[in-house]
Design a protein. Sequence first.
Length: 329
Amino acid sequence: GGEKPAVEGATNGSKEQAAAAGDENTEEKSEDKPKEKAKAKAKAKEAKISSKKDDKVSAEPGSIAEPGSHQAVAVLGIALIAVGEDIGAEMSLRSFNHLLRYGDPVIRRAVPLALALLSTSNPQLPILDTLSKFSHDSDPTVARNAIFAMGVVGSGTNNSRLAGLLRNLAQFYHKEPQDLFMVRLAQGLTHLGKGTLTLNPFHSDRALLTPVAVAGLMAVLTSMLDASNTILKDAHYMLYYLTPAIQPRMLVTFDEELSPLSTTVRVGQAVDVVGQAGKPKTITGFQTHTTPVLLAYGERAELASEEYIPLTPVMEGFVICRKNPDYHE
């Protein structure tokens, strides 16, 4: 009978030990709780920061992740349809004015690039004025695209008015490295090959289009839609896609032994003589030059004398001439 209290005492002792151990555990747990809370808070902060970063990427002007960015490609599509056809190009200018005035920011950013595609290496005053106006736009992406478009529109022309506009822009943006980069790029394009080259994809009296040249232009203009993540970031080599579009705009004549030949040519504005009877004049307001000579946009050349016969119907680029056996001075 004396054993039972001992057992009870033992059980009471074990209960006390268990209670003490429980208290210790709760103390440890209570010590761990602030640590866990701090860790959870830190994780939540990191998640917030990363989500903010993602928001920044998606909300970044001109980013592909921006909603409605597919409309920018449609704007380039308008220019691609109208390019090389004067009446269609004039009509599309009206559409572009509407888009610039009433379009979403995504659409407005694409319009300068579409104007560049529409009038490559042909600096028309209305287009230059429009681009010059938007080179000071409140949206920095529109301004950069307009500056780049000015370079494409005047590429290889040495246009003095455009060169002056770009010099003023260089002074205006001297503290903005991204915009200044675009200005320098446009200045380089304006004096492409010191004025002997062009980016215009049309050849053979503007009757034929070089698909490779258009592809090169489209690659650069499409990457300019998201310039902050491509050309202005780490994909600046995309500018090399302009290379397939570069072609010489000079007229050089050779004899049948391929030796350079200096002959007189008349250079003037091309006249559309399709469907006219007889032998209408193909150029108007011409000047007489000696080859080699540079041909501007919309100009055509013809031999001034009958001393030589060209072996090609189109006087453009490199032309081989044969001596006319019936020619007498």
